[in-house]
Design a protein around this ligand. Structure first.
Ligand code: GLN
Ligand code: ZN
Length: 758
């Protein structure tokens, strides 16, 4: 009989109530010492491990915890520190570690980008010319800690060399192999030490194998893993992939490792093992519980799926696990006391997913009957969820069925309507604007919390929001911005806010997931058909517009981003849900326009991150995204100007889609991608208006005018001045008032001087 065990790939770092975030921020604000920070985060990490042990997980990941990001941890471990941080070897101190992520006075932060197709961001390693060294054996330290303090024989998690190198920048493609070789002895040392310390399982993450890497890279990788095997023969290495099936499946399953982890939720792993089999001498680690959604699994379906997997895999051991790290889901539904019980019935967060895994392991090991009661409870909960009355809306379903291409095209082409818009808006050359949000001070956040707790009335809260809008309209006028914003003070988050107002959405209290660094987001749940009863943003936009003669931009989050940053049910296709959201937004766009708003920005920062890992699926995804965006925005008058905004993106391969959105103006984060984006526009001739962010808003550093001028001038070498807008990289909500005013002053002065030079 097959031996079956349960495993986890990674556990959320943030704690049940985001304790982790608070500790980090207190440390950054110098409210606690390094010692206190470490004490607090050690406690969180140990509690996470203990919980997994109590839930009965057999293979508990260690070393997945981080004080910022696991890719940055890997860089620090190998001494890959950019020169500008004056690193002198040895273990990387905490100050340098955070400086790489967040920037410091004398050195800009490293670039940050999305972790595959998730909303998690990692710090991009800069290889430059450093020679990698092993500055500390991080996984070993965490392995020992779990063993000594909790008696857990943990499974160290390591970011694999192929993925690490592929995610790094600063070297040329042709040097891949040479650079890779520099790291192999370090990985070997690390593995040997783990073996000596008694570790048995080690998980090496290589999610890059779910993307279209070349055959040469695969061959090279095979040799690397052969060396690992020789160096530490007793370790049971798990080559772990996720987010997609392995693209070069046949080659990779032959790698000399003990186990291979496959994602059976995203991609076609089941089809691959059915068609090509799975080597008998290897252990299959089957990721059957979705590590990226929040829905309760259907245990009957999962059991059938696992039975099929067992039938095709033939090995004598099976590991049951989530499809990916649980980093991407909130911690536990136990903290949710306000959610409707029929919605709660449909949910499973990290802890509940681990319970499912443990149950499935038992069921497969000891027979289905051994979990009879739990299966029944699972079925009852799912029945209550699907029959819940607020899930189905016939009208919405009908509207979706009637859609065609003509619903998503503006009546005039860009070059004709833009002339009308210029007349209507009468803006100067190189118009200045911001991306939408203005500083969310402690006072703003505190007041919202008070209102949520019922300590102040809705009227008082709305009054407070209005005061902030008014204050900032004046500040923006004084600064001399050309297109103003109301500041988004009423929004905690650009998706949650809409989730609270749209039908078919639910909002959790503690459903936070890490986005970057200490920043967490709380994705709404989309549990049913989406529709809109009342306008969502008109009140604030109209109020702001009433205070000024300058145009105030209406500010919405686009359908693709709302979908990608929500936890959407999977009863119908994602594209259907996306179009439902788009139709609701279209209504909102129309009401903004009717109420006198002349510029409407529909943000799509998540457009790129949602790209499937398998390039063959890109076209479908992008076509659907473009359609939904246009569905939301194309019904406006010719004179109404549609803006969009995107961040942390690389546009090389999606240029046509960006153009296809047909937005009159697009603003894009550029400064942290160090000019790469500008070059994309160089290769193409983008005809619409565009603002390439002229300073980085993620860092507390206030840029100076000269630096901004340089950025503008660099962009103007590629983009005609008539098309160019001047704006920061992204929203300003995480910055302080002083930083914001200082930076905007510099930006506006830079714009003025450049205008004069024209
Ligand atoms: N309008 C949003 C803001 O300014 C855009 C945020 C984003 O791109 N992530 O906050
Ligand atoms: Zn942005």
């Amino acid at each position: 009989m097959t031996n079956i065990i349960s495993s986890n790939l990674g556990y959320p770092r943030i704690g049940e109530k985001r304790e982790w975030k608070r500790s980090l921020e207190r440390y950054w604000n110098k409210q606690i010492s390094e010692k206190e920070l470490l004490e607090q985060t050690d406690a969180i990490r140990l509690a996470n491990l203990k919980k997994q042990k109590e839930l009965g997980v057999d293979l508990i990941p260690v070393g997945d915890f981080s004080l910022y990001d696991h890719v940055l941890d890997t860089s620090a471990m190998f001494g890959i520190i950019p020169d500008r941080f004056n690193y002198n070897g040895g273990k990387v101190d905490l100050e340098t570690y955070f400086a790489i992520a967040r920037g410091r006075k004398d050195a800009v932060a490293s670039e940050m980008t999305k972790w595959f197709n998730t909303n998690y961001h990692y710090i991009v390693p800069e290889l430059e010319n450093q020679k990698p060294t092993l500055t500390e054996n991080r996984p070993l330290a965490f392995y020992k800690e779990a063993k000594e303090k909790l008696g857990i024989n943990g499974k160290p998690v390591i970011l694999g060399p192929i993925t690490y190198l592929k995610l790094s920048k600063g070297y040329e493609e042709k040097d891949f192999s040479a650079r890779l070789q520099e790291f192999i002895p370090l990985y070997i040392q690390l593995l040997k030490e783990l073996e000596e310390a008694g570790a048995s399982w080690v998980q090496i993450d290589e999610p890059i194998f779910g993307t279209n890497v070349s055959k040469e890279v695969i061959l090279e990788a095979k040799q690397v893993y052969e060396q690992f095997k020789q160096a530490a023969p007793k370790l049971k290495l798990i080559l772990q992939t996720y987010f997609e099936h392995i693209i070069h499946y046949k080659e990779i399953v032959e790698f000399p490792v003990h186990a291979i982890g496959l994602d059976f939720v995203f991609g076609d792993s089941l089809e691959l093992i059915r068609q090509y089999g799975f080597p008998e001498d290897k252990v299959l680690a089957a990721g059957v519980i979705n590590g990226r959604n929040v829905w309760r699994a259907n245990l009957e379906d999962k059991i059938s799926q696992l039975e099929l997997i067992q039938q095709y895999s033939k090995g004598n051991q099976l590991i049951i696990q989530p499809s990916s790290s649980l980093l991407h889901v909130p911690v536990t539904i136990k903290s949710e006391v306000k959610l409707d019980s029929d919605v709660k019935d449909g949910l499973a967060f990290a802890d509940e997913k681990l319970e499912e895994i443990v149950l499935l392991t038992k069921g497969l090991h000891s027979g289905k009957d051994s979990i009879k009661t739990e299966r029944k409870a699972n079925k009852n909960a799912l029945d209550r969820f699907s029959n819940s009355t607020n899930r189905n809306n016939k009208q919405v379903q009908d509207a979706i069925n009637k859609l065609d291409a003509s619903d998503a095209t503006r009546s005039l082409p860009f070059n004709e309507r833009i002339k009308k818009q210029h007349q209507e808006l009468n803006l100067p050359l190189l118009p200045t604007t911001t991306i939408g949000s203005l500083p969310q001070t402690t006072e703003v956040r505190k007041t919202r919390t008070k209102w949520r707790k019922g300590e102040i009335t809705t009227a008082q809260y709305e009054h407070f929001v209005k005061d902030n809008i008014e204050k900032w309209i004046h500040i923006q006028e004084e600064l001399g911005l050309d297109v103003l914003v109301h500041g988004e003070f009423e929004r905690t988050d650009m998706v949650e806010y809409f989730g609270e107002k749209l039908n078919g959405f639910g909002v959790t209290e503690y459903g936070w997931v890490q986005s970057y660094g200490s920043r967490c987001v709380k994705p709404p749940l989309i549990f049913g058909d989406v529709s809109l009863d009342q306008s969502m943003t008109v009140k604030e936009s109209v109020f702001a517009q009433s205070l000024t003669d300058k145009p105030v931009k209406g500010m919405l989050t686009g359908p693709v981003t709302i979908l990608n940053w929500s936890f959407a049910h999977d009863d119908v296709s994602r594209y259907t849900v996306q179009n439902q959201i788009a139709l609701a937004l279209r209504k909102e766009v129309e009401s903004l326009e009717e109420n006198g708003i002349k510029i409407i920005q529909v943000d799509e920062p998540a457009l790129r991150e949602g790209l499937p890992l398998d390039e063959n699926k890109w076209k479908d995804y992008l076509d659907a995204a473009v359609y939904a965006f246009q569905l939301a925005t194309s019904s406006v008058k010719d004179v109404t100007q549609i803006h969009t905004h995107m961040c942390y993106s690389e546009f090389k391969n999606i240029y046509d889609a960006i153009d296809g959105l047909d937005a009159d103006v697009i603003s894009i984060e550029t400064s942290r991608s160090h000019g790469e984006i500008v070059s994309t526009f160089e290769e193409n001739t983008y005809a619409k208006e565009i603002g390439l962010g002229v300073y980085d808003i993620h860092s507390p550093r206030v840029p100076d005018k000269e630096e901004i001028k340089q950025n503008i001038n660099r962009a103007l070498q590629t983009i005609p001045k008539e098309q160019f807008w001047i704006n920061p990289d992204c929203g300003l909500k995480t910055r302080s008032e002083a930083e914001t005013i200082g930076a905007l002053k510099a930006m506006i002065q830079a714009a003025k001087e450049i205008r004069e030079e024209q």
